[in-house]
Design a protein around this ligand. Structure first.
Ligand code: 8X3
Length: 253
């Protein structure tokens, strides 16, 4: 199964864990379908990894249901047999007590982190079922394992990813498709810059005083998850920086 003709799809691939995973997969020799909202970022990544493997780009927003299906259904014969799906698109918007939460932020988190993941999976799973093989990696979060103060709706969206990961594994059990999740803790990406709406000083503070995970760390773990033997499925993996013990306990110097 894991050969140089493997096609892998990565939503979204233009930054952070998605981008690092695309680079790691190119080193494994996997052909890539990289997806994201920003055409320039997709083209830049394609230029970076396109010499090693074949790369297709799909530009869409996972919130847009018809775009998701149109784009995935538009894949050429060469790319349409997707072996690995990495459901990586996800954001946090805001960190406020529930009574102060912004409804647009709630909508964005549930639309991207939960519904987007469902739309993309719904578009990719039928082909995997037909081919009787496939591997879905859902990128969850420690926020999907433990609610923390002011995390409310973001945590809810990641608890949903955890439930969907389990549900997919149960429902796809007889199909030959493997389903597993990686749940990262504090990882230094643009995550907090998005959460704090461009307040970069506040974002920096989240990762101060300890060594956070880097997107490459998670990409390395995802690479491991997809290269273990076919009879092995890493179903659910939680990973934190060594300095982190829980969502709220971090050993900061
Ligand atoms: C990212 C981890 O703790 O910032 O999903 O929510 S956390």
């Amino acid at each position: 199964m894991f050969n140089t003709h493997e096609n892998s799809t990565n939503y979204s691939a233009t930054s952070g864990i998605g981008r690092s995973t695309a680079i790691a997969f190119s080193k494994l020799g996997y052909n890539l379908i990289i997806c994201g909202r920003r055409k320039d970022a997709l083209e830049q990544l394609k230029a970076e990894v396109g010499t090693e493997v074949k790369v297709a780009t799909l530009q869409f927003d996972v919130r847009n249901r018809s775009e998701v299906f149109e784009q995935i259904n538009s894949l050429s014969q060469e790319f349409k047999n997707i072996d690995i799906l990495v459901n990586n698109a996800g954001n946090a918007h805001g960190l406020e007590p529930i009574q102060k939460g912004n409804i647009d932020d709630w909508d964005a988190m549930l639309d991207i982190n939960v519904k987007g993941l469902l739309y993309v999976s719904k578009a990719v799973i039928p082909g995997m079922i037909e081919r009787k093989r496939g591997h879905i990696i859902n990128v969850g979060s420690t926020a999907g394992k433990e609610v923390y103060p002011n995390g409310n709706v973001y945590c809810a969206s990641k608890f949903a990813v955890d439930a969907i990961n389990q549900g997919m594994r149960i429902d796809l059990n007889k199909t030959g498709i493997k389903v597993g999740a990686v749940n990262p803790g504090l990882t230094k990406t643009g995550f907090s810059n998005v959460r704090f709406k461009g307040d970069d000083n506040r974002a920096e503070k989240v990762y101060e005083g300890f060594e956070p995970l880097m997107p490459e760390d998670i990409a390395q773990i995802i690479s491991f998850m997809v290269t273990v033997p076919q009879h092995v499925n890493i179903a659910d993996l939680t990973v934190m920086p060594s300095a982190q013990a829980s969502s709220t306990i971090v050993n900061r110097k």
